[in-house]
Design a protein around this ligand. Structure first.
Ligand code: 5GP
Length: 203
């Protein structure tokens, strides 16, 4: 009988998609549906938005601190996104995966590509699943980016152009989930995670 997840530990769920698609909101809902999931807390050099808290939404770091950590290899992946740096701290993810837990990380498409490369090169031994969240339409994405009022119009247009370019990579993912309604998108991801936990790995 094939052993489940032979030689691998845990499951890393990588959620990506264009900025403004509602990844954070969907992930928050997902954590209420599946409270056993472990959420990776990213580090960023972006200044906090109103209502964002250090160690709750992000580890808000200075650029110096961020690069100090990056140079020490403390991030699984890091990338520059819209003029700021973002990274996934390695220690938390590795520790939770070693306990055979399911860890969720929300990254941009560069971060997802870096993690995929680690899987292919054998640097990451855990099972992984790559999920791409898309907006129902570009108009709705534009509406959502403007509604959150955290970026000026120039930045909204910049993020929209980036989002349209980012949509081109979606076929590289294992699953595409349309974020039409937060609840149903989160339910779909919870179902994907439940199925992926049962996958048999033969290598
Ligand atoms: P925001 O500034 O809107 O919070 O995030 C901007 C983008 O950075 C989003 O696409 C978000 O998914 C991405 N992001 C957040 N954390 C990370 C991370 O740790 N690594 C990478 N590569 N991207 C991240």
């Amino acid at each position: 009988m094939p052993k489940k997840a032979k030689g691998r530990r845990g499951l890393l769920v990588v959620i990506s998609g264009p900025s403004g698609v509602g990844k954070s909101t969907v992930v928050r809902k997902l954590l209420t549906l599946s409270p056993k999931l472990k959420m990776s807390l990213s580090a960023t050099t972006r200044p906090p938005r109103p209502n964002e808290k250090h160690k709750q939404d992000y580890l808000f770091l200075t650029q110096e601190d961020f690069f100090d950590r990056a140079n020490k290899g403390e991030f699984i992946e890091w990338a520059q996104v819209h003029g700021h740096y973002y990274g996934t701290p390695k220690s938390y993810v590795e520790e939770e995966l070693s306990k055979n837990h399911v860890v969720v990380c929300e990254v941009d498409i560069q971060g997802a590509a870096s993690i995929k490369e680690m899987v292919h090169s054998g640097k990451l031994k855990s099972a992984t699943v790559f999920i791409f969240l898309i907006p129902p339409s570009v108009d709705i994405l534009a509406f959502r980016l403007r509604r959150r009022k955290t970026e000026d119009e120039e930045m909204v247009n910049y993020r929209l152009r980036a989002a349209i370019a980012e949509l081109q990579v979606m076929e590289k993912y294992d699953y595409i989930v349309v974020n039409d309604k937060v609840d149903s998108a989160a339910e779909k991801i919870a179902a994907i995670v439940n199925v992926e936990k049962e996958r048999v790995y033969l290598n």
